[in-house]
Every structure is written in C-alpha cells, then in structure tokens.
Design a protein around this ligand. Sequence first.
Ligand SMILES: Cc1ncc(COP(=O)(O)O)c(C=O)c1O
Length: 403
Amino acid sequence: MFDQTPIEKFGQMATPFYYYDMELLGRTLDTLVSLASKYDIDVHYAVKANVERRILETVAGRGLGADCVSGNEVLMALRCGFPAEKTVFAGVGKSDKEIYAALTAGIEAFNCESLHEICVINEMAGACGLRARVAVRINPNIDAHTHKYVTTGLFENKFGIASHEFDALVDLLGRCHNIDFTGLHFHIGSQIVEVSDVFGLEAARVREIVTWFEDKGLKVDNVDFGGGLGVDYEAPDVNPVPSFEDWMQALDKGFPRRPGQRLHIEPGRSVVAQCGSLISRVLFVKSGETKTFLILDAGMNDLIRPALYGAYHKIENLSAIGRDDEEGLQSYDVVGPVCESSDVWGQGRLLPVSERGDLVAIRSAGAYGQVMASRYNLRDFAPAVFSDALDEAPRLIDYLKIR
Ligand SMILES: Cc1ncc(COP(=O)(O)O)c(C=O)c1O
C-alpha cells in the first residue's frame, strides 16, 4: 500500500488524517461481488463500519444493499445511493422517530430484536396506513470465539430473540396484521477468524432454527447470517482482501437452501478495514525511565479500538522507508497525545529509529475507526483523504494558518 514514495505522497499534508486506498476498496468489492454471484448470496454492507460519503457511494455503486443500525444510518445510506428496497434496519433499541423514518422511506425490512419492538412497528404501520416488512433477529447462542465486546450471539448478549420466546413469536406474528414476515436474521459477532469452524457451526444451528419455524408454518424465505468475517490486522499487505470465499463456502455448505430461499450476509469490517490507514506524525521522542515513547499526533479520539478492545494495529514509519538506517530497529511504546494512559497504539513495537516529523501509518483502520472518532480533549476530527483525490487533502501550510 505504501511502497511508492509515501513522503512525496503525504509530505506536505496536515496530520492526522484517514487515508483510503480506493483501488484496494475497488478490488475488495470486485472479489466480494463476484463470489456473491457464484454462491448466489445477497450482500448488504454494514454501514456502521464506515459512513464516509465516498465509501458509501462506491459500495452502493457495486449494487450492494445497506445494513443499518440507526435511523440516521438509514437516511445516510439512502442519500448515498442505496435503494430503499435494499436497505435493512437492525438494532435492539429503535426509537419511534427512527421507526417512522424507515417505515415511510419504504425500507426492505426491519430486523426486529424483541417481541415488544414487533408490536410497536405493527402499530405504527397501521397508524400510517402502511405495511412493514419484518425479519426477526434470533439469538442462536453461538460462541464466535472473538473479543468479548464484539460477541453478539450468546444468551448473555442483549441481541436477538431467545428460544424461550419462539412460540410467543409465532403467535404474535400471526396477530400482526400490518406486518409481512420476511425471514430470520442472525449476527454472532465480529472479527471472526476461525472462519470455517465458527460459521459452519452457525450455519448448522441456523438450519435447526429455520426448520423449527417452518414446521410451525412460518415460511422463512430469507436467512440473513449477519457479518463478522475477520481481517488480518497483523499482515495487511499479505492479506489485503479477506477470505470471503471461505465464509460463503461455510454458509453455503452448512445451510442447504430449499427452493425459493435466499441467503444474505452483512459484511462491514471485511469490506473497508484494509483500505484505510490513519496517517500521523511523530511529535516527540521521549526517553522514559524504562522505555522510549514515540508520541504521535493521532490519539484514541481518532481511533479508539486499541484503547477500547486492546486491539492490535500494525504501525509503520513511512518516513523511514528507504532510509539508510531502516534495518536498525528500536523498541518504542507508541502513544497518542490524549490525556489518558490508555491512549497507546502499541507497546514495545520494533520500528526503525524514528524522529520528530516522521510520518507514521496505523494500518487496517478503515473499519470502526473514523466512525467512532470523538472530539475528546476538544481535538479536531481527522479528515478523510482518498487516494484518487489527494489534492483535496489539507496541507500543512493551510493547517498552520488556521491554527
Ligand atoms: C447486525 C449487524 N450486522 C453486521 C455487522 C457487521 O459486522 P462486521 O463488521 O464484523 O462484518 C454488525 C456489526 O457488529 C451488526 O451489528
């Protein structure tokens, strides 16, 4: 990603900023779209992973649907070119205002997460003289073998409807006259790397659940497996495009479809993580009592994953590429400027000897990065810069002027 003259590329730019490699995004989407067609699987992009307008427009342009988890995500997806009939809306706590907006926009389906929510949507659709399409999210109690904070399909998690409510659910759907039931929805977690095992297990469990509902007379025409495919944070250049085929194969094999039944997936991270990097500069190199700190101008407010989940991101000193001393590595605790001890990019990272002003890339930052940014410490938001529109990036000189 950065083997060609990064200094020439970024030298005069104000940092920090998110850099998106649009060629890689395009290549990732090409792979995804062609495999989806091979396995006959519908794909909705999980908008929550990255909502930059250019990214959304690019994904929508490839014909994918949108998977949203808030009313504003629904509105943003529609504005960026996703058709309403390919937009779904999940989430455990949809407000009346959000339901109304999605209902009147005519979205493809609400992925409902409680009996109570189904009642509210039914009532609101009736009051508006509309019909609501509803899929029901089920909690399958499957361990995704991933970080606790991104595990969503266990009984201890708030997501989906639990098995003890299945009978009541069938009964309720029979009484909701303003609702068209479209299918079942699942999402067991994110950054799943044991792809064949975990998704194979999920597919087998989903099969049991779908059979149970169909035996009760409820036709499950759509089966949505959610997202969750992991990416290689350790070696983004070795595996820039995630293993979509392993994922689709596990689902296709583990869930034989009856005629008329469609499979859906909702990838977020696997679509956008690798195309994004947070580009930063070394502010200071500080020698501590027991370690050397590399203090960057990007902090946890720009990308919270390391502080929130202890997540690993590869760190590269771009200015050192091609330097004579590139071979001489030194151990650094790479940290941000925010006044929190958890504002750490990585401890004991081996990097070329680094100095003030060096450009540093925090890799695989395209998913759950910019979307989770805050203005903590009243810091500025890091802007997005796209590889095919580098001229639009803020320059150091402009930045200094406005300061
Ligand atoms: C309902 C739903 N679908 C899809 C996703 C996307 O997951 P991922 O980014 O791991 O592919 C999420 C994210 O947690 C989600 O909550």
